[in-house]
Write a protein that binds this ligand. Sequence first.
Ligand SMILES: *[C@@H]1O[C@H](CO)[C@@H](O)[C@H](O)[C@H]1NC(C)=O
Ligand SMILES: *[C@@H]1O[C@H](CO)[C@@H](O)[C@H](O)[C@H]1NC(C)=O
Ligand SMILES: *[C@@H]1O[C@H](CO)[C@@H](O)[C@H](O)[C@H]1NC(C)=O
Ligand SMILES: *[C@@H]1O[C@H](CO)[C@@H](O)[C@H](O)[C@H]1NC(C)=O
Ligand SMILES: *[C@@H]1O[C@H](CO)[C@@H](O)[C@H](O)[C@H]1NC(C)=O
Length: 186
Amino acid sequence: MATADFLPPFMFLLLFSIFRTTLSTNSPDITADQSALLALKSHITHDPHDLLATNWSTRTSVCNWIGVTCGSRHHRVTVLDLSSMDLTGTIPSQLGNLSFLHSFNIRHNSFHGSLPTELTNLHRLKYLNFGNNSFGGDIPSWFGYLGELQSLPLYMNNLSGVIPSTFGNLTKLQVLYLEQNNLQGK
Ligand SMILES: *[C@@H]1O[C@H](CO)[C@@H](O)[C@H](O)[C@H]1NC(C)=O
Ligand SMILES: *[C@@H]1O[C@H](CO)[C@@H](O)[C@H](O)[C@H]1NC(C)=O
Ligand SMILES: *[C@@H]1O[C@H](CO)[C@@H](O)[C@H](O)[C@H]1NC(C)=O
Ligand SMILES: *[C@@H]1O[C@H](CO)[C@@H](O)[C@H](O)[C@H]1NC(C)=O
Ligand SMILES: *[C@@H]1O[C@H](CO)[C@@H](O)[C@H](O)[C@H]1NC(C)=O
């Protein structure tokens, strides 16, 4: 009788601590990824094929969303490929929270505006493709702080100004396409 009285609260405490550990190691991180992607979704003003409108639903894990790939080990967003989806919109600062992202491809869309500084937090980025969009403003100098970058196509946008000297830091860079912008300087 004494054992039966003792066990349930003990088991409850045990289960509770396991649950809490699981929450604190996984949930907040993938939750941050989810809110970053939902912020992006809310910055899409035209989605003619309704690709994100129905598919990017909180009823399913972000890892099942179209264009999204998660790492098998840590279960965080590693690849975001929204290329050729005919999307119009801007890039919100929250995207800088996708801290495990190593590939980000939005080529062949109509994204516009400037690129938020917060993207400089994506220090794992290797492949970044913004080609054939309508981004404006100066080429951000913070690209030069993404030390893992191997590929950076920025062709066919409306970027202006000079090529930032920080690009000299990109020692792993193999691909840089800048044609059809409004660049100047040497
Ligand atoms: C979203 O799209 C992906 C990839 O096409 C698909 O596997 C998934 O089932 C879709 N989810 C929903 C809720 O439509
Ligand atoms: C994500 O990014 C935004 C803006 O950069 C920031 O305010 C927010 O606290 C970040 N964290 C989460 C978990 O959304
Ligand atoms: C640019 O992207 C549009 C879709 O937004 C596509 O129709 C067009 O063929 C692309 N142009 C080039 C030169 O890739
Ligand atoms: C391109 O940027 C310039 C300013 O640098 C602006 O005057 C022009 O309207 C922009 N063109 C397009 C098509 O957005
Ligand atoms: C990147 O380059 C700039 C200018 O070329 C330099 O001042 C800066 O210290 C470099 N930063 C890093 C992180 O390498």
